[in-house]
Design a protein around this ligand. Structure first.
Ligand code: SAM
Length: 248
């Protein structure tokens, strides 16, 4: 039995190693160990709280780890110093990116304190340095001077529609930095709907990327916005307002 489990572990790791090698990313034994620990902690804590609907090892390695890292297939992280991940939940995409690019100074913002508690435990267990965990609504945190207009790059995966996300995430980005929204569904309609919010928040549409997630062959999309100007003072509006009344 234990040998069976061990072999399966090896298969998931080997798959991640191979798929990332194809993209020019080589994982060290320490990074593989960190992903293994991440998987174990995620599944263990998931029994006590709702962190993910995916617990099969192979699925976690693809749908959470590989999918999170996929942003690096399109954007160069070597020149990125600070990254903020908004609505990170169980750590996606922020923690896998931090494991692969340990030089990143990562800030995670999530409004659910239980998930922040899991991430506190996880970052200690993985011995990740330079990770700041912030419990709060993005709308409130983005008003604090230490977070506003501060980050080279900002990410959000599966948090909200783009017109809402822009207001939650763009205030964190430095002028000339970028924000990437990672999505599981086609984005052209969302991008169209978000045109006004992009302009109003001082950003420009830079790139749209898509790729096919291995194994399940599902399409994934990324919208990248460049921040051209500081965010106007009136944004983000009060917590809850961006979702209730998206900018039009
Ligand atoms: N990004 C993760 C992923 O891809 O697995 C989690 C996605 S989960 C569907 C959305 C997360 O966003 C939740 O953890 C929720 O608490 C957080 N969230 C939603 N609205 C938020 C807000 N206004 N400010 C901060 N976090 C928020």
């Amino acid at each position: 039995m234990s040998e069976q489990i061990f072999n399966r572990h090896d298969a998931s790791e080997a798959m991640l190693i191979g798929l990332l090698e194809e993209k020019g990313i080589t994982l060290s034994p320490r990074q593989l160990e960190q992903f293994d620990l991440y998987y174990r902690e995620l599944v263990e804590w998931n029994e006590k709280m709702n962190l993910t609907g995916i617990t099969d090892r192979e699925q976690v390695y693809i749908k959470h780890f590989y999918d999170s890292i996929s942003l690096a297939f399109f954007k160069d992280f070597s020149g990125i110093g600070s990254l903020a991940d908004i609505g990170s939940g169980a750590g996606f995409p922020g923690i896998p990116l931090k494991i692969v690019f340990p030089h990143l100074k990562l800030t995670i913002v999530d409004s659910l304190n239980k998930r922040i508690g899991f991430l506190r435990h996880l970052t200690e267990k993985l011995e990740l340095e330079g990770v700041q965990l912030v419990h709060g609504r993005a709308e409130d945190v983005a008003r604090l001077p230490e977070h506003r207009d501060q980050y080279d790059a900002v990410t959000a995966r599966a948090v909200a529609r783009l017109s809402v996300l822009n207001e939650l995430c763009l205030p964190f980005v430095k002028v000339n930095g970028w924000f990437a929204a990672m999505k599981g569904a086609a984005v052209s309609e969302e991008v169209e709907e978000a045109t006004a919010s992009i302009r109003e928040l001082g950003a420009e549409l830079a790139d749209l990327y898509s790729f096919v997630l291995p194994l399940e062959e599902a399409a994934r999309y990324m919208v990248v916005l460049n921040k051209a100007k500081p965010t106007p003072k009136k944004y983000p509006r009060k917590a809850g307002v961006p979702l209730k009344t998206p900018l039009k």
